[in-house]
Write a protein that binds this ligand. Structure first.
Ligand code: GAR
Length: 219
């Protein structure tokens, strides 16, 4: 069991919340020194909010329709998040493009998971695009968030093969299974201080990371 002081998380979701659930399960099993202080969704009907409610965690929904523009939405969102004083803000399927002011406010403590081997396939429909390209491998990445969409410094990736006969669903499921291992691992390294952000670079055990860590082969 880790002696690390638990890192305080606020998790942002938009939908199913399976990555949120993987994080909560890892905490529950004692494998992740973290505490989820709040889960916030941009959709009041996000199914993933139930995972948080079942775990007795505060849930909040902030509907963009109630705000004039992205700037005022993100200001309200940051106001909510900061009430919980998180050490790390975790985007787990939060499907909004964040404003530069928001990103700047959380620089170095805002991370995202994306279903591709970045820098390949930024944006949407990553599994479909990998199949269309005839890629023989695919995967998921965890990265610090910057103003550049899906472009911030990479922390760790998980790779999966693309198999003959794969369709979007089978490939997405194979990637998602790895996402559920990848995100708790990345957060654990951040909690332990093994992964750190410094001046726009990722340090691992105090050394700049030249290439993203690879799940299963990482030290
Ligand atoms: C995950 O596959 C995540 O990587 C992706 O949305 C899904 C959310 O699933 N995120 C993005 O595409 C962000 N660009 P979940 O709600 O079950 O965790």
């Amino acid at each position: 069991m880790s002696e690390t002081t638990p890192i305080a998380l606020v998790v942002l979701i938009s939908g199913r919340g399976s990555n949120l659930k993987a994080i909560l399960d890892a905490i529950e099993r004692g494998e992740l020194p973290a505490v989820v202080r709040a889960v916030i969704s941009n959709r009041t009907d996000a199914a993933g909010l139930d995972h948080a409610r079942r775990a007795g965690i505060d849930t909040l929904a902030l509907d963009a329709a109630d705000y004039d523009d992205a700037e005022s939405y993100d200001r309200a969102l940051a106001g909510l998040i900061d009430r919980f004083d998180p050490g790390l803000v975790v985007l787990a399927g939060f499907m909004r493009i964040l404003t530069p002011a928001f990103v700047d406010h959380y620089r170095g403590r805002l991370i995202n998971i994306h279903p591709s081997l970045l820098p390949r396939y930024r944006g949407l429909h990553t599994h479909r695009r990998a199949l269309e390209d005839g890629a023989d491998e695919h995967g998921a990445s965890v990265h610090f968030v910057t103003e550049e969409l899906d472009g911030g410094p990479l922390i760790v990736q998980a790779r999966v093969p693309v198999l003959p006969g794969d369709d979007e669903q089978t490939l997405a499921a194979r990637v998602l299974e790895q996402e559920h291992r990848l995100y708790p691992q990345a957060i654990r390294w951040l909690a332990e201080g093994r992964v750190r952000w410094e001046d726009g670079r990722v340090l691992f055990d105090g050394e700049p990371l030249e290439h993203p860590l690879q799940l299963d082969v990482a030290p």
